[in-house]
Design a protein around this ligand. Structure first.
Ligand SMILES: NC(=O)c1ccc[n+]([C@@H]2O[C@H](COP(=O)([O-])OP(=O)(O)OC[C@H]3O[C@@H](n4cnc5c(N)ncnc54)[C@H](OP(=O)(O)O)[C@@H]3O)[C@@H](O)[C@H]2O)c1
Length: 239
């Protein structure tokens, strides 16, 4: 049984992570949501007795810091986080290309999609809440792959730029975290094109399929996987 910490859990992929983990029973789940005042009906419905719903706006340093403190209070001294899933993400101005990027959109995406995951790891580590064998999953996108984008018609310019930055953050975290926690493994993960608000109606995968695939990959991670970029079935994606 593990301790899981997941961001952005009120809907979409984050909600499905909580649903599947809660169903398998016994796990302690920190289910982070941007705002406790938002509609949490679906999350409350899937939560287990060992699910703790906490506020964490991953676009706010102050909120991430407060979340780390609260998480430490909830878990206590002997229950560090085994799995940190940096799932929360946004895609703004998806029709923009590199010639008409809205700077406010780009800044907001870098803030939530890159700075958020960086500070989550930093603050949870700082407060002593990451297990020595922690697995960190940074939820990226195939659109963040330089190689894939250069071989196709690149889409969602600002979003893909933010996810490429998240990929580079993953490389840095995989080295830096190892210096503090010998058994840590940090990966970037592409969930596939999934039917969520972000993925849109044309998406091909159901959330349950994508999440069960990713949980299998997460479960099987070993030392050799540190700093790699995988898709949901465990195949490596080129950076
Ligand atoms: N669906 C796909 O096809 C697909 C493909 C590739 C990658 N991804 C990635 O998968 C992750 C989850 O996406 P999704 O498809 O589940 O999208 P979604 O349905 O739009 O859900 C996004 C989640 O992120 C949360 N969030 C947004 N901004 C936040 C903030 N500042 N602080 C905390 N939480 C915040 C949202 O909370 P609120 O409701 O409060 O805004 C929501 O829970 C994202 O990182 C996305 O980039 C998705």
């Amino acid at each position: 049984m593990g301790v899981y910490c997941i961001t952005g859990t009120n809907r979409g992929l984050g909600l499905e992570f909580v649903r599947q983990l809660a169903q398998s029973g016994g796990h302690t789940i920190l289910a982070a949501v941007r705002s406790l005042s938002s509609d949490l009906g679906d999350l409350n419905q899937v939560a287990s007795p060992t699910t703790h719903v906490l506020e964490c706006d991953t676009g706010s340093i102050k909120s991430i810091r407060a979340f780390a403190t609260q998480a430490a209070q909830v878990l206590g001294p002997d229950k560090p986080i085994d799995f940190l899933i940096n799932n929360a993400g946004i895609n703004l101005g998806s029709s923009q290309n590199s010639l008409d990027l809205d700077p406010d959109h780009l800044t907001a995406m870098v803030n939530v999609n890159v700075v958020g995951p960086a500070k989550m790891v930093e603050f949870l580590l700082g407060i002593g809440l990451l297990s020595s064998r922690v697995r960190v999953l940074n939820m990226t996108s195939g659109l963040g792959s330089m190689q894939c984008s250069s071989e196709t018609n690149p889409k969602c310019a600002g979003y893909s730029i933010s996810k490429a930055s998240l990929n580079m953050l993953t490389i840095h975290q995989s080295k830096d975290l190892r210096e503090k926690l010998l058994g840590a493994v940090v990966i970037a993960m592409d969930p596939g094109w999934v039917k969520t608000r972000l993925g849109g109606r044309g998406a091909i995968l159901e959330t349950h399929e994508s999440i069960s695939n990713m949980l299998d990959v997460l479960d099987g991670l070993g030392d050799q996987d540190n700093g790699k970029f995988y898709q949901r079935l465990g195949q490596q994606v080129p950076w």
